[in-house]
Each structure stands twice: as structure tokens, then as C-alpha cells.
Write a protein that binds this ligand. Structure first.
Ligand code: CMC
Length: 369
């Protein structure tokens, strides 16, 4: 089956998608999008249930204490500050972090969970450092700020200023919506990697490399490029018609699993509208609405999670080439949940291929070829 479509490759109790209904550990995404914080989602994904107040406080404290980066990461980022793809930098940094963790090859349940906290805590700080160092700015020291959530911490580390509550809340909701999505390509890559009993960091590096592609996590950046290229409402019709006539893909539309709409898209659309009002700039939101209408009318395709993320992140003034890294920060929680689950009951993932090449070919010496 091309692209392993509809093939069940493992059993998991983390996330289900049945009849287009998305659930994390049995909780509907509708419930979670409207009520949960990202830290509650992290706990839910890793431990299988919602935390009580004390457990949530302990997790937040653990994340805050572990978010400090080894100084060498900053040195590494200075080495190639002015050039390079931001996702590739994130991939390199995650790989580099391996060398600062004494428990890398300890696959016990307790050590795996400690490493999960360290990775989750640091990834947002790394993304902020990537941006500041390439702009010639000093990274913000964690001890100088007092954020109340990972989302707030990220925006604060990125800009050096305490974010407005509406911005921190919007990013937190994005993180809730992107946290987990069953056996998507990057999660599968992470599971395959750690099924060899390789380390957690290698699993996350594989996942980041997989998320980087435009058919997966990078679609949000491509949507932002499209919005900018179109620029104004009067150009949408011509642009979309041209794309369709050329048989090109319209980024942020279509989905392998949801053929009748992605249940996360409406929450991102609402966020985009809310942030448009807050910024007093409806351009990106209105362009998105018009594109959605035309693509549905002309191709029958509905937006996926990446489509409205693009205008949301634009309104949050996050640099465009960091959009996929936003996805990575959030999805790290899901990747880690799957890695922990894989290690709990591991069997190496080693499928078969159906051979379609030549058979029974006879060896020819080099002078006969
Ligand atoms: N624009 C135009 N046509 C499309 C699109 C699109 N975005 N998506 C699907 N189609 C068409 C496709 O051309 C094909 O038509 P036909 O049968 O006539 O050849 C049909 O719909 C089925 O598409 P497919 O490629 O077989 O579907 P798939 O399940 O293999 O791919 C997808 C799913 C998400 C890769 C694809 O819809 C796509 O390329 N979308 C654009 C990229 C994108 O937004 N990716 C983000 C996905 S959601 C979050 C994530 O995973 O990161």
C-alpha cells in the first residue's frame, strides 16, 4: 500500500482518530482545546491521566528547573549563526544535547521519564536561542524571568519581553492542538528509531528530520509564504485558480486521515480571528477565509491543522521560518509519549518490502559489462 495508508503498524493507548474524532487518552480534542493547558496535556500524554494540582505544580517546576541550556549550545549556535535552516539547527542542537546527558543509554522507566522532562523543557529555550543568536542578540537568561507556562516562557525568551496574556494563551492553545496525532510520519520515525533500543535523543532527532518536510510540519511555513505572495484579497481568486490549473498542491489543505475536515482547524481559525481583532489587522485572517472558501468550492478540500496556524503565528510575530519549530516544540510531548510507550513493551520495528526488481540475474565480470 503506497504510503502505508490505512496500515495499522502498532498498538497504542495514547491517541485515537475514529470517524474524524481526535482524542488524547480518550479525551476529545474539543474538550481539550477549550479547557486544557499544554502542561496538563504533557502530563496526560506521558502518564495516561490528567494531573491533580500538586502533580501539575511538580511537573511545571521540573520543566522550569530543567530548561536551562548547557552553555556549549550557545557556542554551537554562534558557529553558524548567520546561515542555515532553522529546523536543521534545531535537529543539530537536539543531537548535541545527547552529550550533556549522563543517562542517555539508561532505558529504565525512571531514567526515560527524567530525560523526557529535560528534552521537553529545553526544546523551547533552544528555539528562542536559535532566533536571538542569528539576529546577533544575547539569549535571555531564564533566571531573569518568571513565566507561568512553557508558551509564555518561549515568547518571553524569544522577544525579551513578557508577552501579552492573549498571546501566551493563544500559543498555549496551539501547543495543545499540535501535541499529539497518533502515528503521523514523525512519530512513526521516532518509534522506529527507539525500537532498536537506540536512545531518546536519536528518536527526537529522527522525528525533527521527518517533521521538517513540507508535506508534514513545514506546511505551515509554506502557507505563510502563500499568504504573503497573494498579499491582498483581490488576488486570491486568480492565485488559487492558477495553482489548481497547474495541478499544484495548496499547502494547508487535505489530510491522510481526515477526508472531511481536520477537527483542529476550527479552533485555529477562531484564534486567528481573535488575534486579528487584537492586532487590529484582519488581512491575514480574511485572506485565509477566502482561500478556504475557494479551495473547498473548487477542489472539495478542507483546511488542516497547518492552514490557520500560519496566520496565528504571523499575528504572534513569530518569524516565519520558526513556524515548523513551533510545531516541533509541541509535538515533542507526543513524540516522547510514543517513545516511552515503545520502550515499555519493545519489539524492533522491522517490516517487509514487496520485491519488484529483477530476479535471477547472472554475475558478469567487469570486462563483459
Ligand atoms: N492541494 C491540492 N490537491 C490535493 C491536496 C492539496 N493540498 N491534498 C490532496 N490533494 C489531492 C491530490 O492531488 C490527490 O488527487 P488525485 O487523486 O487526483 O491525484 C488527492 O487529493 C489525494 O491526495 P494524496 O496525496 O493521495 O493524499 P495523501 O493522504 O497521500 O496526502 C497530504 C496527504 C497531507 C500529504 C496532502 O493532502 C498534501 O500534500 N497536503 C498539502 C501539504 C499539507 O498541508 N501538509 C500538512 C498535513 S497536516 C499536518 C501534518 O501532518 O503536518
Amino acid at each position: 500500500m503506497a504510503g502505508l495508508a490505512d496500515i495499522v503498524a502498532c498498538e497504542s493507548s495514547i491517541c485515537s482518530i475514529e470517524n474524524s474524532e481526535l482524542r488524547y487518552r480518550g479525551y476529545s480534542i474539543d474538550d481539550l482545546a477549550q479547557n486544557a493547558t499544554f502542561e496538563e496535556i504533557i502530563y496526560l500524554l506521558w502518564y495516561g491521566r490528567l494531573p491533580n494540582r500538586l502533580e501539575l505544580k511538580a511537573l511545571k517546576q521540573d520543566l522550569a528547573e530543567n530548561a536551562v541550556l548547557p552553555k556549549k549550545i550557545y557556542e554551537l549556535l554562534h558557529l553558524y549563526a548567520p546561515w542555515g535552516n532553522a529546523m536543521a539547527k534545531l535537529r543539530t542542537c537536539l543531537s548535541f544535547l545527547t552529550h550533556f546527558d549522563d543517562e542517555v543509554m539508561d532505558h529504565s522507566f525512571a531514567a526515560d521519564h527524567r530525560k523526557a522532562v529535560r528534552i521537553m523543557a529545553r526544546i523551547a529555550a533552544i528555539v528562542a536561542a536559535i532566533d536571538r543568536i542569528r539576529k546577533g542578540l544575547e539569549p535571555i537568561e531564564l533566571k531573569t524571568i518568571r513565566p507561568t507556562s512553557l508558551a509564555e516562557m518561549f515568547l518571553w525568551l524569544l522577544t525579551g519581553e513578557k508577552p501579552a496574556p492573549i498571546a501566551a494563551k493563544a500559543l498555549d492553545t496551539c501547543f495543545v492542538l499540535h501535541a499529539e496525532h497518533e502515528l503521523n510520519a514523525s512519530t512513526f520515525a521516532a518509534r522506529v528509531t527507539v525500537s532498536t533500543m537506540s536512545d531518546i535523543y536519536s528518536g527526537i532527532v529522527s522525528a525533527i528530520g521527518t517533521l521538517k518536510g513540507p508535506l508534514h510540519g513545514n506546511a505551515n511555513e509554506q502557507v505563510a509564504r502563500m499568504l504573503e505572495e497573494i498579499g491582498e484579497l483581490s488576488r486570491v481568486e486568480e492565485y488559487i485558480a492558477q495553482k489548481i490549473a497547474n495541478g499544484e498542491r495548496i499547502m494547508g489543505f487535505g489530510h491522510r486521515v481526515y477526508k472531511n475536515g481536520d477537527p483542529r482547524a476550527k479552533y485555529l481559525q477562531a484564534l486567528s480571528g481573535e488575534l486579528a481583532e487584537w492586532r487590529d489587522d484582519r488581512r491575514w485572517y480574511e485572506l485565509s477565509l477566502k482561500i478556504e472558501k475557494l479551495v473547498y468550492e473548487q477542489k472539495g478540500l478542507k483546511p488542516n491543522v497547518d492552514f490557520y496556524s500560519a496566520s496565528v503565528y504571523t499575528y504572534l510575530e513569530i518569524p516565519r521560518d520558526l513556524f515548523t519549530l513551533m510545531f516541533a516544540i509541541s509535538r515533542t510531548s507526543g513524540w516522547l509519549a510514543h517513545i516511552l510507550e515503545q520502550h515499555e513493551n519493545n519489539r524492533i520495528i522491522r517490516p517487509r518490502a514487496e520485491y519488484s526488481g529483477k530476479t535471477e540475474v547472472k554475475w558478469k565480470g567487469i570486462s563483459e559489462r
